[in-house]
Write a protein that binds this ligand. Sequence first.
Ligand SMILES: Nc1nc2c(c(=O)[nH]1)N[C@H]1C(S)=C(S)[C@@H](COP(=O)(O)OP(=O)(O)OC[C@H]3O[C@@H](n4cnc5c(=O)[nH]c(N)nc54)[C@H](O)[C@@H]3O)O[C@H]1N2
Ligand SMILES: Nc1nc2c(c(=O)[nH]1)N[C@H]1C(S)=C(S)[C@@H](COP(=O)(O)OP(=O)(O)OC[C@H]3O[C@@H](n4cnc5c(=O)[nH]c(N)nc54)[C@H](O)[C@@H]3O)O[C@H]1N2
Ligand code: SF4
Ligand SMILES: [Mo]
Length: 730
Amino acid sequence: MSETRIGICKVCWACCPVEVTIEEGRAIKVVGDRQSPIYGGYTCPKGRAMPEGHYAESRILHPQKRMPDGSYQSIPMEQAIDEIAARLQAISDEHGVDAIAVYPGNGNLSNPINPVIGAMFIMALGTFPHRFFSVQTIDQAGKVIAQALHGRWMAGPNAFADADSWIMVGTNPVISKQGMSVNPGQTVKQAVKNGMKLIVIDPRETESAAHAFLHIRPQPGQDSTLLAGLLHVILTEGLYDRDFVETNAVGIDALKVAVAPFTPDHVADVAGVSAADIVLAARTFAEAKSGCVVTATGAHFPLHGTLAEYLALCLNSVCGRWVRAGEQHSQPHVLLPDVPIRAQPYAPYTPWDYSETSRINGLPKTVVGAPTGTLPDEILTPGKGQVRALICSGSNPAVSLPDQNRAGRALGALDLLVAIDVEMSNTARMADYVIPDRMSLETPGCTQFTESMKYYGIWTGGFEQPYAMYAPATVEPPAGSDTIESWQFFYELAKKLGKQITYFGNAAGTGEHWDKFPVPFALPLDRRPSTEEMFEAMCAGSRVPLEEVRRHQHGKLFTELDLTVLPRGEDCEAMLQLADPTMMAELGVVLVKRGDTAQPSAEFPLLLTPRRSNEMMNSIGRNNPKLTVKRRHNPAFVNPAELQRFGVTSGEVVRIRSVHGVIDGVVEVDSRLRPGVLSMSHCFGTNPDEADDALGEGGCTSRLMDAQAAFDPIFGQPRMGAIPVTIERV
Ligand SMILES: Nc1nc2c(c(=O)[nH]1)N[C@H]1C(S)=C(S)[C@@H](COP(=O)(O)OP(=O)(O)OC[C@H]3O[C@@H](n4cnc5c(=O)[nH]c(N)nc54)[C@H](O)[C@@H]3O)O[C@H]1N2
Ligand SMILES: Nc1nc2c(c(=O)[nH]1)N[C@H]1C(S)=C(S)[C@@H](COP(=O)(O)OP(=O)(O)OC[C@H]3O[C@@H](n4cnc5c(=O)[nH]c(N)nc54)[C@H](O)[C@@H]3O)O[C@H]1N2
Ligand code: SF4
Ligand SMILES: [Mo]
């Protein structure tokens, strides 16, 4: 006998509602929930492959302890927690509490409590933020930094659904869901059908670019120059919204001066695009009535990501692309707190502070946590504060940290490495203890986390409609297993160390921009709260009570909520900043150094760029039998012209070399790619001490990256895009 239950997929933050068929307590099939009011039954292959992932042969169901001979033995959870706590205590007693760090990653999404609990564990130890290393600082931390320097518009950007024009820079939401949580393929198609002029700036004709009115295929790494060029055209042709700028922004004159040299001809020359396309893009965007310029990883990885984001924010501000008084809030609160939303900015602030600098490279303390790019050096550099114990929760730094060889050396040098994971991932294979987490279908879910992503910058995720959903766990973990939710593990560990975690769940802001400051919930020490109590704390003060959201099994559009944005408050003096001095200085460097980015050379004629695949979520899915039917590896995509240039054939295993490292890769032809680009997904490959396996495990692109040669001056992110490489026959 089978039954169906409604759940939420939490493999990524799109939170798709799913219908799960269950037989004898096991999920056997997952499809999209067609009764959902907004998703229309949408799911992606990763969501539909959850059963195969949950019951994969590779799944670990008991805590694993590494034995002296390198093998792993199953031990009971209680013993694992006791032993880990004792070792942490000993490390802290001998070296100080700064020797302990956490590194949370994307596997944490399986339960919305998990992604923040690592930070709160580190707060309980008293070492926040400098011992909290998250994936954010090897991702798009520039979004938070740029928003701080520019100011944040409380009512959010124009909505995508009914915008007239939209510029996507280095993002492919149809696959990544970045910026759009709900059925992005259909959403983009529908918007274009409704008349949106979509402009995509990407060296690859992506699934998103397929719908574009204009696709610009630049040389990778030149996004700041391109965006400054758009500003140049809009400001010199007077196409901007003078009224909006006068009322809400300062710095327009300084911005005009700064972008004056970025003429269409200069941009065309530097970025390898047509000057006419720059003019067309600028005019199309500025002359439309609504829309937005958005950036993501493609624009952030080659360094200058903060500047690219800042210029995108400036484009939106000069064109007045923020929701105004009387219009509908584009990021409505349902499970976020009930606060009046006004058409006004939060004032800019400086998101770094040199009063406390990092041990490595003298980087400042910032609102985005410790600079994760420096984590290997924090482990490898002796002295006071050296990191000796690392807890990885739902992360895979052995393949996700830039500079894999160095990261591998560092992970191997730790006194204690703990991985909270669901399989013997690259990192778990190096760990002293592996703690098995519950997976997506085995935990409850709700959309609050996705709603709150908007605070990390524009185009991060969320809902444009007043939608919310809660779903309980749909299945129990496999019979006989001994698993624990990540947050519960941190709770137990803190308790053993004599510390109390205070949970700030209802994140309604970031940095110094708070719609409402979180209500702290000190987790009781005499009993572990239930996951449901944690959900209550997460949604404390929400506009619609969680209890009400729970009543609607398929999720609900709360159309009864009034979303009308209020006028600027009479006491509000905040203005958006169009010419932050740090950003303008960086733009000056970009001008003089023709982008200040890596250039292809005779020795390294290709530029390596990142891309996401629909079957994987970073490394998640690599051992899922359903997601690897077509292939397990990550192809090295190139334009057909490269086959002749390098004398290779499609499907051939080649050596890919940068000035820093070398990996094996499998060439695959992609005519939609700009010539001179090698486009490859990350988080694949074996560990440095394991044999290469290009056709199986794939190649780890991070091995080609040098974590020390060039990095962001604020949050230390190494150059992770536009890396010069070459192809050699094996
Ligand atoms: N070269 C290169 N490097 C990159 C990038 C790139 O494009 N190129 N991208 C960067 C970006 S944007 C990011 S966000 C990071 C990603 O960096 P990470 O977050 O470190 O990488 P993931 O592969 O997402 O790690 C997820 C881990 O969680 C485990 N997992 C899966 N399901 C569960 C679960 O239910 N519970 C738990 N506890 N664990 C689970 C997986 O087995 C895996 O080990 O990588 C960064 N690194
Ligand atoms: N299916 C799937 N979804 C995911 C993930 C996944 O691994 N798989 N990962 C998740 C994570 S951790 C993140 S951070 C988000 C990321 O979300 P996105 O940033 O939207 O990621 P991508 O889909 O790789 O899109 C980046 C695009 O930038 C282009 N690009 C590369 N270099 C440059 C450049 O120099 N300039 C410009 N203009 N474009 C460039 C690439 O060709 C690519 O099309 O996706 C999330 N969603
Ligand atoms: S992985 Fe993301 S896009 Fe795919 S079904 Fe799950 S939540 Fe939806
Ligand atoms: Mo990411």
